[in-house]
Ligand binder design. Structure first.
Ligand code: FRU
Length: 495
């Protein structure tokens, strides 16, 4: 997010918090039934949410912390909200984990389990959960300083239920750069140290530490590679093994603006990492998701080896209009949790994203149909196999809203212009393109919820996530070519 914008929105946030009283809400299904409230995607009980933070698996629980402003439904002074799940699909909302303090708001970051007790915060028998996050000192920013973002840590000895900030914070001072944030930390076997990847203005910096408290510079990456239409944010760096058994390293870097649809998006690089320096295989900019609405996504830490998956979650919005989308009690949802895999297609690395298998729990019996279908509700998955191109999907309702997605040999095009409520931002109704030249269109999966569609093409080789706000739920789907084998599977709500 642009630093000036942050200041302005924070100010508005503080003002609006004076009038806005947080409704008292529990975890019940009735409470999560507002118009547009996602029924199988994670969303906060009330008020504002942006990036997923501190994603870590521990003792049977997937933890999801998130950027949260509890006193209003626009971006404001950031806290870490918190929820846990045993399957990444059904969530239990927990009290706020981290509150702003004298060092600043709590911006994005990660969490680890300190199994070797390198911090001395816990013990080997009962390791601490440690959050590593950015402090954003809004006062210092207002005073015109540039060193207002630093990194801090906090510990929990009760599975993330209560937190203590480390007295020695900040653990990483600012070297005089305005954008210096979003630490993602992991244990590196080669170095036998913690490694942090941090977004620094228009590149990333890698640091290492024996104890999460003392950090040393290792290397920089990205000054002259990748997209540079905006500031770099929320990086991640992790190994992935391809089908042939070779291990490669994947770096995710979100960028805002400058994504393929203009605003926020996440690019990735594939290469090798020796614990100190990341060397990419090529200089091509590739995108995790070509849709407008998947930002700041990172992966879960500490997934047991017996599971071995690399699990990803993104914020399903875009800074172009995130503060304006037409929802009231809450604002924003996360994407479907996705498993990431690496494949080499025509010798080029490709990050493959597929919905996690756990989502299948929500599925009912699939039903085949041809060309048109009356939709019972908005919660479904479509499986499409085109034996001929082009074709279009027309989702419509009785109020003449229509979302059109077209598939040709050249591209996939999502046209939200007449999709429902679009007037909250000039940028929302834009048509979004994803290039398909030279690529097949073997199979398409579309996941629909009350206010989103996620497209997975060729088994997740290409992805588009898109928000949509129909005035009433789309109740009809027309496929403009009968040579598309089509199947619909309704999904059960999670609340
Ligand atoms: C990304 C971001 C991060 C920052 C957070 C503030 O969406 O701008 O860089 O830490 O949001 O809420």
């Amino acid at each position: 997010m642009n630093a000036k914008l942050i200041t302005v929105i924070a100010f508005i946030g503080i003002l609006s918090s004076c009038h806005f009283k947080s409704p008292d809400r529990s975890n019940s299904a009735e409470m999560f039934n507002e118009k547009y409230r996602p029924q199988y995607h994670f969303s906060p009980p009330t008020n504002w949410m942006n990036d997923p933070n501190g994603m870590v698996y521990h003792d049977g629980e997937y933890h999801l912390f998130y950027q949260h402003y509890p006193d209003g439904n626009k971006w404001g002074p950031m806290h870490w909200g918190h929820a846990v799940s045993s399957d990444m699909i059904h969530w239990e909302h927990l009290p706020i984990a981290l509150y702003p303090d004298s060092l600043g708001y709590i911006f994005s970051g990660s969490a680890v389990i300190d199994v070797n007790n390198t911090t001395g915060f816990g013990s080997k028998e009962k390791p601490a959960m440690v959050a590593i996050y950015t402090y954003h000192d809004a006062k210092a920013e207002r005073e015109g300083k540039v060193d207002f973002q630093t990194q801090g840590i906090a510990l929990s000895l009760d599975n993330g239920r209560t937190w203590t900030k480390y007295k020695g914070n900040p653990v990483l001072n600012n070297p005089g750069i305005r954008d210096f944030r979003d630490p993602k930390v992991s244990w590196n076997e080669k170095l036998n140290k913690w490694v942090m990847i941090l977004a620094v203005k228009d590149h990333v910096t890698i640091y290492s530490s024996p104890d999460l408290k003392n950090w040393a510079f290792e290397s920089e990456f990205g000054n002259d590679i990748g997209a540079h239409g905006g500031v770099w944010e929320c990086p991640d760096l992790f190994p992935l093994t391809d089908d042939s058994g070779s291990t490669h390293w994947v770096m995710l870097v979100s960028i805002n603006p400058g994504g393929p649809q203009g605003g926020s998006a996440t690019q990735y690089f594939v290469g090798q990492f020796d614990g100190s320096e990341f060397i990419p295989y090529d200089t091509i900019t590739r995108w995790v998701d070509y849709g407008a609405d998947n930002y700041a996504g990172v992966t879960w830490s500490n997934i047991p080896e017996s599971d071995g998956r690399r699990l990803f979650l993104g914020w399903m919005s875009n800074w172009q209009y995130a503060n304006e989308v037409p929802t009231t009690e809450w604002r924003s949802a996360m994407t479907i949790p996705r498993e990431l895999k690496l494949q080499f297609i025509d010798k080029e690395p490709a990050l493959i994203s597929t919905p996690v298998d756990e989502l299948k729990k929500l599925e009912s019996t699939p039903v085949k149909f041809s060309e048109t279908i009356n939709l019972k509700n908005s919660l479904f998955k479509l499986d499409l196999k085109p034996t001929e191109l082009p074709f279009e999907l027309h989702f419509s309702n009785d109020l003449n809203d229509e979302l059109i997605i077209s598939f040709t040999r050249e591209n996939v095009k999502v046209n939200r212009a007449n999709s429902g409520k679009t007037g909250f931002s000039d940028l929302f109704p834009a048509t979004h393109f994803m290039d398909m030249k030279g690529k097949p269109m073997n199979n398409i999966q579309v996941y629909s919820d009350r206010s989103s569609l996620e497209l997975f093409i060729n088994g997740g080789q290409l992805v588009m996530s898109e928000l949509v706000f129909p005035n009433s739920p789309y109740n009809k789907l027309w496929i403009t070519n009968k040579n598309v084998e089509s199947e619909i599977t309704y999904l059960k709500p999670i609340w």
